[in-house]
Unconditional design. Sequence first.
Length: 110
Amino acid sequence: MPYINSHHRQEIDGLIDQLAKKIVRQAEQSGDIAAFAGILNYACTRLALQIVRQQFGQMRYWLIAIITGIFKNIADEFHRRVAAAYEDKQKAKSGDVDLIQEYLEEIDKM
């Protein structure tokens, strides 16, 4: 996760909270439990494009590379910090897939 100055967090956290409420409200109004995914995707994409427009004007390859990297890092970090912890908890609760342990044992013997 990017760790930014607490002053900068305070400046944007309220705006993010407002946007999150609006996304949740729109998703609820749609009647589709998964609608938030498309709305969140749209909001993140438009935010990135708006920053490029305001800061740089035209799109350039290096901006595409940077923004793609940012989104990839967001996904990787979210998975590492949130999804992995969730999966570990569920595995402890429900048990692992039996074949995974077999493969792990084979890998250890290599």
